[in-house]
Design a protein around this ligand. Structure first.
Ligand code: CP
Length: 310
């Protein structure tokens, strides 16, 4: 891979190979020896705690040299475009840039073949608007695979603010392709009929004792500007209707797991006291993220022959 911007272009074999490689790193497997330095920077133009820190941890574990990028004090604040920012990073000798950006598919311009001779830099997508979140998707797949050992016929419910969720969009596409059965639930105003191609909508209480994976999505208030439902939003009511409380937790299948990309609105999507409950994979997902991001970065490094890797 020369870039890692979405999961649509990955074959099933590539997905499974990345999971295997991430599991290898998690089990203490050696990282590849780099014969030349590789420079990476993390350009986060939207807030992040997990993804940014996790990528930096992955970069350091792989032996990359991490070049700090302080978005708040960068020239993006003077209006410099992402293209010109990337051109600058490439000119300075940065090999890889992990980018989070509010615009969907911001990366198209950066990876366009016409720009390749100027932009000698690998792009890894740390989340684009409400488009895709490939590294979250891949760590979610790793977490499901680690627990169940397969994807075929697993029932996965994706619940909540689906239309604003880049996690949901990446996950529903890949889960379906891997053979899982996807279901949706949550407020109808954050559901779009275009999701019907991936699975069917059902009421949450119909799904609770049926599914293997209960994937909760954060209510993304920052994406609700101009949304009339934001004015009427009532956290307590949301929790009653679409949240996992003690009653619903008790109804889950014995082997079922709860996932959440974070950050969690405690007491909204998931009861406060259940965030660290045995079925909650919240912490495991974050742990796995470091190893999956190592596998993703390594794949791009090999694709670009960085550090002497092939
Ligand atoms: N899951 C996720 O993207 O979290 P952050 O926004 O903290 O990176």
């Amino acid at each position: 891979l020369s870039h890692f911007v979405n999961v649509e272009n990955l074959s099933t074999a590539e997905v499974l190979a990345l999971i295997e490689r991430a599991e290898y790193f998690k089990n203490g497997g050696a990282t590849p020896k780099l014969s030349q330095p590789v420079y990476a920077t993390n350009i986060f133009l939207e807030n992040s705690s997990r993804t940014r820190t996790s990528f930096e941890m992955a970069e350091r574990k792989l032996g990359l040299t991490v070049i700090p990028f302080d978005s708040e004090h960068s020239s993006t604040k003077k209006g410099e475009t992402l293209y010109d920012t990337s051109l600058t990073m490439a000119a300075l000798g940065v090999d890889l840039e992990v980018i989070r950006h509010p615009q969907n598919e911001y990366y198209q311009e950066l990876i366009h073949p016409d720009n390749e001779h100027h932009l000698q830099i690998g792009v890894i997508n740390g989340g684009d608007g409400s488009g895709q979140h490939p590294s979250q998707c891949m760590l979610d797949m790793m977490t499901i695979h680690e627990h169940f050992g397969h994807f075929k016929d697993l029932k996965v419910a994706i619940v909540g603010d689906i239309s604003n969720s880049r996690v949901a969009k990446s996950d529903m596409e890949l889960l379906t392709r891997l053979g899982a059965q996807v279901y949706f639930s949550g407020p109808s105003y954050w559901y779009d009929s275009e999701f019907n191609q991936y699975g069917e909508y059902q009421e949450l209480d119909q799904l609770v004792n049926q599914v293997d994976v209960m994937m909760l999505l954060r209510v993304q208030h920052e994406r609700h500007e101009g949304d009339p439902n934001e004015q009427k939003f009532d956290a307590k009511k949301y929790h009653e209707d679409y949240g996992i409380n003690q009653r619903r937790y008790a109804d889950l299948k014995e082997q079922a797991i709860i996932m959440h990309p974070g950050p969690i609105n405690r007491g909204v999507e998931l009861a406060d006291e259940l965030v660290e409950a045995p079925k909650s994979m919240f912490y495991r997902q974050m742990q796995n993220g470091v190893f999956m991001r190592m596998a993703m970065l390594e794949a791009v490094m090999r694709g670009r022959k960085l550090g002497g890797l092939e």
